[in-house]
Design a protein around this ligand. Structure first.
Ligand code: ATP
Ligand code: MG
Length: 285
């Protein structure tokens, strides 16, 4: 049977999470291999370990059918591939940063400045859109040291915490865009490979959904049920069960992890008690 070929980063920030995602999808991959290629024992998929920069090209040329990499690399390489799903990890910002003692005057500050970056295409697009004229100095890595050694006045790079910038005497002044890991696919997949991809996508969606959501159980006084339910949308609507104690109900629902603390506060205000929040192992929609 034809296997779906997926390219993931061999060694880097996305490697572990990419393998973890496949494993959470129930796909078994032999571990401890230093090979460039391996196959799953229980899913028709072959994994290719590559440098992230090369993944768009390989997917465009059908050497790999799909790939996992940062959106930033996909935009920069601008190959003929399609982003089909954001994966919720590898989150970062793409920022312009300047020496911290400089006074930032707004975007026109960058006019006639020399900017070091590994992302010339994305930067160029941004500068054109904002009508600024800059000189772009393309370098492969360690971009943050460029101003310190006199290679450029400022930089355009990926930032997650900002600590690298700070250590190099720089400050972030503009966020150009945000990026996260994404699944890309080739534009000419055969029908049998598309079927395998559909299966994989279904699993990925379930895994991501269950990570983003929590199962919540609580006891609510009946007189406030309406208010409490309005805070808990649930998949369709919350489940209600009467409690043995008169005037009380048990409410079950699913809530978004990131809304969690706000909702809990409000639930307590409406008299909810015994609130349990439980991780969801898998969620099939
Ligand atoms: P490769 O050897 O595969 O070319 P790399 O050095 O280009 O690796 P990494 O530093 O491993 O790449 O980063 C891979 C991706 O991780 C980035 O393209 C970006 O999408 C994401 N990422 C998330 N946070 C950060 C960060 N703080 N710095 C760099 N990349 C980050
Ligand atoms: Mg790279």
């Amino acid at each position: 049977m034809n296997k779906l070929k997926i390219a993931i980063q061999k060694n880097g920030r996305l490697s572990e999470k990419s393998l973890e995602l496949l494993s959470e999808c129930g796909i078994k991959i032999p571990n401890g291999t230093q090979k460039l290629k391996t196959s799953s024992s229980n899913f028709p998929i072959e994994i290719l370990f590559l440098r992230d920069d090369d993944i768009p090209q390989y997917v465009e040329q059908n050497v790999a059918d799909i790939g996992i990499l940062g959106e930033n690399e996909v935009w920069e390489k601008d190959r003929n591939v399609e982003i089909i799903k954001k994966l919720g990890f590898g989150n970062c910002r793409m920022c312009l940063a300047i020496p911290k003692e400089e006074i930032y005057t707004g975007i026109s500050y960058f006019n006639n400045k020399k900017i070091a970056t590994s992302y010339p295409r994305i930067l160029n697009k941004f500068c054109k859109k904002n009508n600024i004229k800059v000189e772009i100095e393309e370098i492969g890595g360690s971009v943050e040291i460029a101003p310190g050694i006199g290679l450029a006045n400022c930089i355009f790079d990926i930032v997650s915490t900002g600590s690298t910038l700070f250590m190099n005497g720089l400050k972030e002044v503009e966020t150009v865009t945000k990026s996260e890991a994404a699944l890309i696919k080739s534009k000419n997949l055969s029908q049998d490979k598309q079927l395998i991809l559909n299966k994989l996508l279904f699993r990925i969606q379930s895994v991501i959904y269950s990570k983003e959501n929590k199962y919540i159980l609580l006891n609510a006084p009946n007189e406030n049920l309406k208010d409490i339910i309005s805070l808990l949308p649930g998949i369709k609507s919350p489940t209600l069960l009467p409690l043995a104690k008169e005037g009380w109900s048990s409410v079950h629902s699913v809530i978004k992890e990131d809304k969690f603390w706000d909702i809990i506060e409000q639930l307590k205000e409406f008299g909810a008690q015994g609130i349990l929040v439980i991780p969801i192992e898998k969620m099939i929609l």
